[in-house]
Design a protein around this ligand. Sequence first.
Ligand SMILES: Cc1cc2nc3c(=O)[nH]c(=O)nc-3n(C[C@H](O)[C@H](O)[C@H](O)COP(=O)(O)O)c2cc1C
Length: 187
Amino acid sequence: MDLPWGDERCKKFVTNVGLITSHGPHGNNIMAAEWTHHVSYEPGLIAICLDPEHATTANIKKTKEFGVSLCAVDQNVISSVSGTNCGRDVDKIAVLKELGFVFSLGKKTKVLLIEGAALNIECKLVKTVVLGDHVMFVGEALATKLGEKEPIVLHAGKYWKLETSIAKPSPVDMEKQAKVIGKYKKK
Ligand SMILES: Cc1cc2nc3c(=O)[nH]c(=O)nc-3n(C[C@H](O)[C@H](O)[C@H](O)COP(=O)(O)O)c2cc1C
């Protein structure tokens, strides 16, 4: 079965907004990708799933590197500009610069990174996998810069700010669950 874009079931997921920077046949470019995931600690690997038709996809295929900047809570304009225009038609980097956002050049790659993002990661492409109607690029982290701001959260088609943390299970709940876990231990 399909799980199409905009479907109520898809809106239950909670994701980041990865701002994917690239360079290549379409010049310096940036797009928004909620399908941005940290998938390995050693080495640090980041997976992004992109539509094969995106300008970013062509750029990454050619240059085999990309940047991931986790969009910060005060950067929803970057997500909007980069996620609703194609780099084939619009120089999104120039637009964002004119709107006041600042980019810096990567230290280990030629990708641009966004100042003030929650986290910047420069990645070297290590694997490409076609998954259904998207292409998954897995990048190995070469350099990172930790920002001070919190990441923006995407859920139900809206941007959110994390504020209220839910308490972990109480000591009473922990004791209860430990008893039941003990009962079902496999030996
Ligand atoms: C918040 C947000 C999240 C998005 N997530 C993804 C995603 O995970 N994968 C994807 O292929 N497109 C995603 N998009 C759509 C692309 O960012 C959009 O189509 C963009 O224009 C592609 O740019 P490009 O053609 O310059 O590469 C998202 C858009 C927004 C606004």
